[in-house]
Design a binder for this molecule. Structure first.
Ligand code: AMP
Length: 193
């Protein structure tokens, strides 16, 4: 299986690139952010809980997030692989993902990280807030909080995959198709090994 962790700060283009990668490589797209937003829309208990964190720019607790990711992934058997978008966001989530995939006799192939500078991130998030109506993208203080949480809790996950020799960074600023080509080159190199 080809199991890609797509990584990067909020606004780095993970969702956009994930959609293109899914199409090209026939992968199942699992986005914890999308799962939470669907639950918020449907006003489920999970949605209410997730909203209380998302609205503050905080991470949803690991136990909840890991459980929801696993139950979603369990729905798919006999697939080419997964693209994990916005998960894992902590070391604990990365460890849980390794254990989950090991139980399925597979593993993370690589973490692909989209590198985007902070000014560009803030600009993109505010623009997305205007266009999509996503509440967590409309408030500059919440955006700052999400970027701070990224540096504090999520960036260490890079080290986790670096130690496993699975971390690859790509410049996430530029034309969407150019960035996509860089990601594909990394995947094709890893798959050829
Ligand atoms: P995203 O769409 O990936 O930017 O996620 C939107 C929000 O959902 C984040 O700011 C977090 O509050 C929450 N969220 C998404 N994925 C995770 C995760 N893996 N762990 C904890 N919280 C998450």
């Amino acid at each position: 299986m080809l199991n890609i962790v797509l990584f990067g700060p909020p606004g780095s283009g993970k969702g956009t690139q994930a959609a293109k990668l899914v199409e090209k490589y026939g992968l199942v797209h699992l986005s914890t952010g999308d799962i939470f937003r669907a639950n918020i829309k449907n006003e489920t208990e999970l949605g209410k809980l997730a909203k209380s964190y998302i609205d503050k720019g905080l991470l949803v607790p690991d136990e909840v997030t890991i459980h929801i990711l696993q139950s979603e992934a369990d729905k798919y058997t006999g697939v080419n692989g997964f693209i994990f978008d916005g998960f894992p966001r902590t070391i604990q989530q990365a460890e849980a993902l390794d254990a989950y995939l090991a139980a399925r006799n597979t593993s993370v192939t690589m973490m692909l990280s989209l590198e985007v500078d902070e000014e560009e991130l803030k600009r993109r998030l505010l623009l997305r807030g205007k266009e999509s109506g996503r509440a967590d993208d409309q408030n500059p203080a919440i955006i700052e909080q999400r970027i701070a949480v990224y540096h504090r809790d999520t960036a260490p996950a890079k080290e986790y995959y670096t130690r496993q020799g699975k971390y690859r960074a790509v410049n996430g600023v530029g034309a969407i198709d150019h960035i996509f080509a860089l990601l594909c080159a990394e995947i094709d190199t890893a798959s050829a090994k």
